[in-house]
Design a protein around this ligand. Structure first.
Ligand code: COA
Length: 222
């Protein structure tokens, strides 16, 4: 079900393959208990999200909590036809998305801004944890068109996945995408995920019944 940080009540977004039952992202996204189990998180402003400090980076991409300077990137996502096609439209404004992303951190379902090394936001990557299963995280992501084709999504998914397994107490990471979303499938596979299943018409995007492939992160060496 909804794993996107882009709206309040959403169906079948990239990252969580659950059923046709509509779920509120933010209450489905985790719990205070998960948040409490997230180690090495800090507060850095008056109304802060919980985020790793320093930000996660591999030198080429930097992951941090969303901030007001990311508004142009979020606005561009709201209007990007590829993100709308594969994830769905956002409900609310870019400001709403940033506020909701901060709430997700508090609820134990972190959303990172994917940034270039200078801190410019070019996308989002998130891990959604559902109240019913707090050992499994569902990963989702998007990049703005100008940032695609450089390996940034793969780097971001690797960084976020490693952090989620180390620091959130998760034992399992999964992601879903439509079979036709070749670029997303390549990101999953390059990030160490392997296809473990397929779902037929178990979810919708923007009212459209979709098929999904389910990927699971395979620990190195297996
Ligand atoms: C899915 C999406 C994030 C993938 O973006 P992407 O740029 O293809 O992914 P990456 O950043 O990992 O880049 C990989 C590409 O960069 C190239 N690349 C260049 N340098 C690279 C490097 N150092 N390491 C890895 N790949 C590199 C790769 O060859 C690859 O291109 P290819 O797949 O044509 O071979 C993007 O297409 C998108 O935002 N789509 C819309 C939203 C969406 O579908 N989200 C997922 C929903 S489930």
């Amino acid at each position: 079900m909804c794993a996107t940080p882009g709206g309040q009540r959403l169906l079948a977004r990239c990252g969580d393959p659950s059923s046709l039952v509509e779920v509120d992202c933010w209450t489905a996204g985790g719990s205070a208990d998960v948040s409490a189990r997230t180690a090495r998180v800090v507060s850095s402003s008056d109304d802060p999200p919980l985020a790793p400090d320093p930000p996660l980076t591999d030198g080429s991409v930097l992951l941090r909590a969303s901030e007001p300077g990311d508004l142009p990137a979020i606005e561009a996502r709201i209007n990007d036809p590829d993100v709308i096609r594969w994830i769905g439209p956002t409900q609310g404004s870019a400001t709403d998305v940033i506020a909701l992303n901060r709430q997700r951190w508090a609820n134990g379902s972190p959303t990172f801004s994917i940034c270039e090394p200078d801190g410019t936001c070019v996308g989002l990557v998130w891990v959604s944890v559902r109240e019913a299963d707090q050992t499994t995280g569902w990963v989702g992501y998007w990049l703005l068109p100008r940032a695609r084709g450089q390996g940034l999504a793969t780097r971001a998914v690797r960084l976020a996945s490693g952090w989620a397994l180390r620091e959130m107490g998760l034992t399992n990471l999964r992601l879903t995408t439509e079979p036709e979303n070749e670029r997303s499938r390549r990101v999953a596979e390059r990030s160490g995920f392997r296809q473990t299943g397929a779902l037929h018409h178990q979810a919708t995007i923007d009212g459209r019944l979709i098929d999904q492939v389910v990927y699971e992160l395979v620990p190195e060496g297996e």
